[in-house]
Ligand binder design. Sequence first.
Ligand SMILES: CC(C)(COP(=O)(O)OP(=O)(O)OC[C@H]1O[C@@H](n2cnc3c(N)ncnc32)[C@H](O)[C@@H]1OP(=O)(O)O)[C@@H](O)C(=O)NCCC(=O)NCCS
Length: 333
Amino acid sequence: MSPRRVSHPTRIGIIGLGMYVPPKVLTNHDLEKMVDTTDEWIQTRTGIRERHVADPGMTTSDLATKAAQQALKQAKLDPKDLDLLIVATATPDMLFPSTSCLVQQRLGATSAVCFDLSAACSGSMFAMITAQQYLLSGRYRNALVVGAEVLSGFIDWTDRSTCVLFGDGAGACVMAPVTRGGILATDMGSDGSAADLLCMPGGGSKHPPSHRSVDQRLHFLRMSGGEIFKLAVRRMADSATQVMKKAKLKPEHIGCFIPHQANIRIIEALAKWAKLPLEKMYMNLQRYGNTSAASNLIALYEAVQEGVITRGDHVVMVAFGAGLTWGSILLQW
Ligand SMILES: CC(C)(COP(=O)(O)OP(=O)(O)OC[C@H]1O[C@@H](n2cnc3c(N)ncnc32)[C@H](O)[C@@H]1OP(=O)(O)O)[C@@H](O)C(=O)NCCC(=O)NCCS
């Protein structure tokens, strides 16, 4: 038996949270000088006012490490005692080694098993649910999940339909067995038939980096915005409904919803479609844009900091992303 093995816990919760965004802020007015757009268009079509972007040389592991350090501190967990470290990201430092191994080294989490998880904007949901399974099995005592992105390096800054939407950042949580509260229900789903609606075609085995791949701008994010919009609403509505059903709770029992922070109109449509109270939908996308795998954890962090979520509250986190992927977590804080 592994020395790390512990008896099977019944409930896994979050015992520490952290976030980090790079200091540089790019406002809608800044974007007006870069592409044919207006602050008014961006705000009315997306709700976004500004986003943080990494300076050249600043990597996903830089952001992830800072968020992780804060979460470990809040959890009062010595990095040396960390068992499992998962980094969810669509923008790793390199194709390999995994960004999680780079973060491990920076943290000094020498005992942790580390891997990255690729589920785009659903990454933190997928990583948290994966960590929960390892912890429930008793294989590991604790886990650190980080959602981190430097999307600004993969955005076509001449494409006004995508460059206004995204931002850089990292969110982190430490998970461990808890005696009260914790995760009550989860849901995940995938649909590879719509993979081409949101993708970055270049850089992998299909289009390895070459002069041709660069000339064809294959190393930038591509999106069919309208179709993604509709699918995001439908999938998140179904997924959030599923977790409430599994936990035998109704929307009125939920204190706060933490939806993926992509677009205010997606969140409004989600609330309408799934009959969820809009006033309980937490939103901070105005300040960060869509930070992909970091989005739900940054929003959870701020909702807790602001006192929007308090002890005992039921919280539904729900995400949607490229793949397609979607997932939800219902937990009691
Ligand atoms: C991208 C998105 C904001 C576009 O909003 P929309 O209301 O669907 O707008 P449309 O794509 O219909 O474009 C309407 C017009 O605005 C234009 N437009 C697009 N981006 C613009 C911008 N930044 N500024 C000004 N005009 C813009 C389009 O070119 C189009 O002009 P046309 O009618 O002359 O062709 C919206 O589709 C969206 O948010 N999709 C989901 C994106 C997302 O969240 N993805 C990640 C999910 S994980």
